[in-house]
Design a protein around this ligand. Structure first.
Ligand SMILES: C[S@@+](CC[C@H](N)C(=O)[O-])C[C@H]1O[C@@H](n2cnc3c(N)ncnc32)[C@H](O)[C@@H]1O
Ligand code: SF4
Length: 445
């Protein structure tokens, strides 16, 4: 294993889109974007909505999310008005759409007060198809109140994801994210009492000051609280783009094999505690909705992570958020000020995007199958102009024991789960063009 980690630990995309954002070639116009939605809209699927709230009260030094740190709550109030305006643009153009799911993410959606959150969600109420609605939210437990949870329950939200990260006090101190076990325990209990059916914990391995023992103690506490889902993220150390990470001491972080060992320790304990590894960095309790979807090989993946259901259309509101239809992606302006200016002018705040070629779509499907199901039919990949190289690399990976090839099928082995990003990278033509600067991705291990 250790030689494989040395060999495959390199920078690479996470493939939440194909091509990855840095390789996008240009957005469709606003009119083209709306016509894509019209073309692909299906009433039985509705649309999924993602709403990005960028604000957080304090900076967690490890954070690589799109967020703005401020204690000024008025910013949240003004931002809700902007989100309403942006939604009005969609509403006018898409009069008959139904909403099947809303995901609130950030930043920290509960930076907004409970009444602001209620006011925001009320904008969508007449379009929500409550018979099949999925409402989910990412929260910061330190600023979450009972009122927030109650508003969410009123609007049919049943899935809650909490940033837990690590329970060790030394680790928490070093990353400026202090929250005690009791807070997480009481929030989990309250959410379940109020009617949330699914509680996810986000954890990170590879943070400063983590040791085999501290990880093991954190996981033990996590298992005691019995969340049905756990995201056990590899720490993405990208100090070039996430400037707050420059405060962290690199010599205090496990890397390469030592980092992977932290994951393996956690994984073993989680498996003993009744959790199943369902995909890259994610665990689900046996019988939970994601474990069932994993068993049925019907897992879906999007910018928000894994899910059991997904519409073919994702409309995302807010600064930096990414929307997609089959064949196209758009991203909103990243800076709130630019986002504001465009929306105040009555326009969508599209800044970058991409229209997939047929080849992009085929690669996209292959990579998603590898990431969600651990297997893919790769027959269409033979048409890629660098297929000869792909064949050689896949044969080497097969020799390394990380995948198996049987005629047109590729199967990721259990050893290969660690290297799933590397396997996906083989099919990505963008990574083969070595001319010019390559974008900076996090490391695959
Ligand atoms: C938007 S935040 C979650 C909600 C809320 N802001 C909070 O922190 O509790 C999404 C998650 O991304 C993960 N995350 C952030 N920066 C990361 C990094 N550099 N590497 C790996 N995971 C990271 C954290 O686990 C975090 O909980
Ligand atoms: S981890 Fe969450 S709370 Fe911390 S800075 Fe990032 S988005 Fe904000």
């Amino acid at each position: 294993m250790s030689s494989l980690i040395k060999k495959y630990d390199k920078a690479g995309p996470r493939y939440t889109s194909f091509p990855p954002v840095p390789f996008w070639k240009g957005p469709p116009s606003e009119d083209q974007w709306f016509s894509h939605i019209d073309l692909y809209y299906r009433d039985d699927l509705g649309v999924d909505l993602y709403i990005h709230v960028p604000y957080c009260e304090t900076l967690c030094y490890y954070c690589a999310c799109n967020r703005v740190i401020t204690k000024n709550k008025e910013k949240g109030t003004l931002y809700v008005e902007l989100l309403k305006k942006e939604w009005e643009i969609y509403r006018r153009r898409l009069q008959n759409v139904r909403i099947g799911a809303i995901h609130l993410g950030g930043g920290t959606p509960n930076f907004l007060s409970a009444s602001e959150l209620g006011d925001l969600l009320a904008q969508f109420k007449d379009k929500i198809d409550f018979k099949r609605f999925i409402g989910s939210i990412e929260v910061d437990p330190r600023t979450l109140t009972r009122d927030h949870l109650q508003v969410l329950v009123e609007f049919g939200f049943k899935r809650l994801s909490m940033g837990v990260q690590d329970f060790d006090q030394q680790v928490q101190k070093s990353v400026n994210r202090i929250q005690d076990y009791q807070l997480i325990a009481s929030t989990t209990k309250l959410a379940k009492q109020l009617g949330f059916e699914s509680v996810n914990f986000d954890l990170i391995y590879g943070l400063p000051k983590q040791s085999k023992q501290s990880i093991s103690e954190t996981i033990e506490k996590v298992i005691c609280l019995n969340p049905d889902l756990i995201a056990f993220y590899s720490f993405a150390y990208v100090p070039g783009s996430a400037k707050g990470q420059n405060i962290l001491k690199q010599e205090e972080m496990a890397q390469g094999e030592a980092k992977r060992e932290l994951y393996e320790i956690g994984k073993k304990q989680l498996e003993q505690g009744g959790y199943i590894e369902i995909g890259m960095d994610h665990f689900a309790l046996k019988g939970s909705y994601l474990e069932v979807a994993h068993t049925k090989k019907s897992l879906k993946r999007s910018f928000m992570g894994y899910s059991d259901k997904k519409s073919n259309i994702l409309i995302s509101l807010g600064a930096t958020s990414i929307s997609n239809t089959p064949g196209s992606y758009i991203q909103n302006e990243k800076e709130v000020a630019n986002f504001r200016q465009r929306v105040e002018n009555g326009q969508l705040a599209i800044t970058v995007g991409h229209t997939q070629s047929e080849q992009d779509m085929d690669i996209d499907v292959t990579i998603q199958e590898i990431m969600c199901n651990g297997e893919a039919n790769i027959s269409k990949m033979r048409a890629l102009h660098f297929w000869n190289q792909i064949e050689v690399e896949l044969a080497e990976m097969e020799q390394d024991g990380i995948l198996k090839l049987e005629s047109d099928m590729l199967y990721v082995t259990s050893l290969g789960n660690t290297f799933v990003r590397n396997i996906a990278m083989v099919f990505d033509p963008n990574l083969r063009d070595r001319s010019g600067d390559q974008p900076k991705f996090s490391r695959t291990i």
